[in-house]
Ligand binder design. Structure first.
Ligand code: XIL
Length: 330
C-alpha cells in the first residue's frame, strides 16, 4: 500500500524516511509496531542507545533493549541511525565522577570502542556527538567558540579536541558507519549556526571523519516560523565542505490553537521534507517519534499540560494533516 517509505524508495537516489522508536510500545502495541515497520525505512532509538542505559556501571554494558530495536529494524528492512555516543545528558552518574583529564578521555574512548564495536556492521549511521553547541551566549564571544563547556566533562578535559577524538574512535570501531554531529537550534541564521559551521570546517580541515550534520528541527507552532530556504542554505554550505545533512528529530507541538497549530505543523514538516528531497546531500528526514500516543514530552507551555500534539499520527494512531502533507511532498 501507499506509505512514506514507499514514496522514499521512489525518489531515484538513496533517501530514508525515519522516526525515533521506543522499545516498550514495540513490545506491547501491535498497531504501533505495524505502522513503524511499514511507514519508515530508518529508525533512531529514542533512548536505548544512550550511555545511561547501555553502560550503567563502569565496564558493565546492557545491550538488551538496544539489540531488540536492531532486530526489529532488520526484520523490517529498516536502517538504524544510532543515537548517541557522546552527549552531556543521559549520562550514568559514574561517567561524571572521573576528575583526571586522562581518565575522562580514556572513559570516552572505551565507551565508544565498546558500543560502536558491538553494533559494528549492524547500524548505518551514528550520532557521534550530540548537542555540542552552548546555550550560553557568552561562549560565542569568549574563547570557547560556542562550544558547550560547563556541562561537558569532555570539553573540560580535552577542549574541542574531544570531538575529533570521538569521531576518530567511532570510525575505528565501525569503519563503514556514516558519522554525524547532531544539533538543535541551528536551522536558522545566527551565531549558533555560524559557530557550528566554523566547527565543522575546522574538523574537515583536521581530517576528522565527519559525514554529516543532523538538524534536529524541534519547532513550536505558535513560535516564529523557520524559513526552509534558510535550512537549504545551510545544507549547501555544508555540501561545499563535503559534509552531508539530515533532518534528524523533527516535531512541532501545536500549542493552544488546534486549527492553526495542526496546519502549521503540516506546513513546517512538508516544507523541510521538500527542501531535503531537493538537495542531493540531504539523505534522510526523521521525526522524533511518529505518534502523540507515546510522545516524549507533555506540552508544558499550555495549561494544564497535556501530551504534546506534535507528530504526524495522533494519540489514537490516526494520521493527521501532517502525514498527508508529508506523503504529498514526495
Ligand atoms: C529525549 C527522549 O525523547 C526522552 O524520552 C528522554 O527522556 C530525553 O531525551 N534531543 C535529542 C534526544 O537528541 O535524544 C532527546 O530525546 C530529545 C532532544
Amino acid at each position: 500500500g501507499d506509505s512514506l517509505r514507499a514514496r522514499a524508495a521512489d525518489v531515484g537516489r538513496p533517501f530514508d524516511i525515519g522516526t525515533a522508536l521506543a522499545e516498550n510500545p514495540l513490545l506491547t502495541d501491535a498497531r504501533y509496531r505495524a505502522l513503524a515497520g511499514s511507514q519508515f525505512s530508518m529508525l533512531t532509538p529514542e533512548n536505548a542507545f544512550k550511555p545511561q542505559f547501555l553502560h550503567p556501571r563502569r565496564g558493565v554494558y546492557d545491550f538488551r533493549d538496544a539489540d531488540l530495536l536492531v532486530r526489529f529494524a532488520r526484520a523490517n528492512g529498516m536502517k538504524v541511525h544510532a543515537h548517541t555516543l557522546v552527549w552531556h545528558e543521559a549520562l550514568p552518574a559514574w561517567m561524571r565522577e572521573d576528575d583526571d583529564p586522562g581518565e575522562v578521555r580514556r572513559t570516552m574512548l572505551r565507551h565508544i570502542a565498546a558500543v560502536a564495536g558491538h553494533f559494528r556492521g549492524q547500524v548505518a549511521e551514528w550520532d557521534v556527538v550530540n548537542e555540542p553547541m552552548s546555550d550560553d551566549e557568552e561562549s560565542y564571544t569568549d574563547g570557547d567558540r560556542g562550544l558547550r563547556s560547563e556541562q561537558s566533562p569532555w570539553f573540560g578535559a580535552m577542549g574541542e579536541q574531544y570531538i575529533d577524538e570521538a569521531f576518530r574512535a567511532a570510525h575505528r570501531a565501525d569503519p563503514t558507519a556514516r558519522l554525524y554531529l547532531n544539533e538543535y537550534g541551528v536551522e536558522e541564521e545566527g551565531e549558533r549556526w555560524d559557530a557550528l559551521y566554523d566547527l565543522v570546517a575546522r574538523l574537515r580541515e583536521r581530517g576528522v571523519p565527519i559525514d554529516g550534520v543532523g538538524f534536529q528541527n524541534h519547532e513550536y507552532a505558535p513560535g516564529d516560523r523557520v524559513d526552509p530556504e534558510t535550512f537549504r542554505g545551510h545544507v549547501r554550505d555544508l555540501a561545499e565542505l563535503g559534509v552531508g545533512s539530515r533532518v534528524s528529530e523533527m516535531d512541532v507541538p501545536i500549542g493552544e490553537d488546534e486549527e492553526h497549530g495542526r496546519r502549521t505543523q503540516a506546513d513546517e514538516m512538508a516544507g523541510k521534507l521538500r527542501v531535503c528531497l531537493e538537495e542531493p546531500t540531504c539523505t534522510s528526514f526523521s521525526t522524533w517519534g511518529f505518534t502523540d500516543r507515546y510522545g516524549s514530552t507533555a506540552d508544558t507551555r499550555v495549561y494544564p499540560p497535556r501530551p504534546a500534539d506534535s507528530l504526524p499520527w495522533d494519540v489514537d494512531l490516526r494520521p493527521k494533516p501532517a502525514y498527508e502533507r508529508l506523503l504529498a511532498a514526495f
